[in-house]
Write a protein that binds this ligand. Sequence first.
Ligand code: G4F
Length: 343
Amino acid sequence: MSKTALITGIAGQDGSYLTELLLENGYDVHGIDRRSSLFNRRRIEEARENARRRGQVFELYYGDMSDSSNLYRRIISCKPTEIYNFASQSHVAISFEEPEHTTDVNANGTLRLLEAARHFAADGCRFYQASTSEMFGDAPHSPQTENTPFHPRSPYGVAKLYAYWIVRNYREHYGLHACNGILYNHESPRRGENFVTRKITYSLARIKKGLQDTLMLGNLDNRRDWGFAGDYVRAMWLMLNQDAADDYVIATGQTHTVREFVEKACETAGIGIAWEGEGAGEKGRDTRTGKTIVEVSKKFFRPAEKTVLCGDAKKAREKLGWKPEIDFDGLVELMMKCDLDSV
Ligand code: G4F
């Protein structure tokens, strides 16, 4: 039977990597993308061109997670065998500015899509939900597993937790093959520029080329478990290709600070950096020019994080045979080199 995937949020980082993986594996791909005043499909342009040359089905539609009738029509028209739900207001800090919108898209939007899938998708259709380590928040321990109690600390995390539970309920109540991928931070050269990793590599590339003076950051000592998005979409696909639906933590199991990310990115860009001062007064100077290139700003500070978000992906390793191919150094080098080439 031919496989047909429907991807919400297809024009984002994960949507673009998953599209490439699915097209390589012979899928028909249909994607839903939110209209915005700026055209925002650059991440999927190459995949679209490749699909066109190979004669593969790759269709894009405008749609929104707040519009049930749009989701219904889309599922009726393309009859997917797999649905990947990536559409989300995905910025944690912005969810405090837009709590209702975040809840509508991330929580109710998932419910709307599940209802549409339950009624109109192909028989046996499989469903992937982009769940997140932010559901753990102030978890009681680190590293976290699939059994760690949740304690989200943002409107984003709370909305994603609703989505996680409604997906589990549709699996348990209706027998839908629906999986939650509990993904830790995953990055790439296609990451949005307001997430810290890409902000660092993009700004340092501009500083190196004389287009920008300083990079403003928040807490330099916050830690994250950062992996490569291309590795993580492979895990999603493996989840939907198991006989039984289940939930999986996807992570590297290693954490690094924002400061370490800056240092590794500087090393890759050939910039020497020396730190001076403390807290909000801390600065990073270019050791060659003496200029301040990194400053700490209260504007980007978030409340102190009590628990380190670090994932234990043992279940995914054992049941899916998944492991990440690109480590922290490789990830920073990849992102930094791409930004140096493209800026
Ligand atoms: O890059 P971030 O904004 O990612 P965050 O908040 O961890 O969330 C990302 O990963 C989650 C897990 O997969 C997803 F659910 C979520 O959708 C998103 O993709 O921030 C990472 C860390 C934080 O501790 C933040 O406080 O970097 C710290 N940080 C320090 N300075 C900064 C900055 N974050 C941003 N965005 N900008 C800064 O200037």
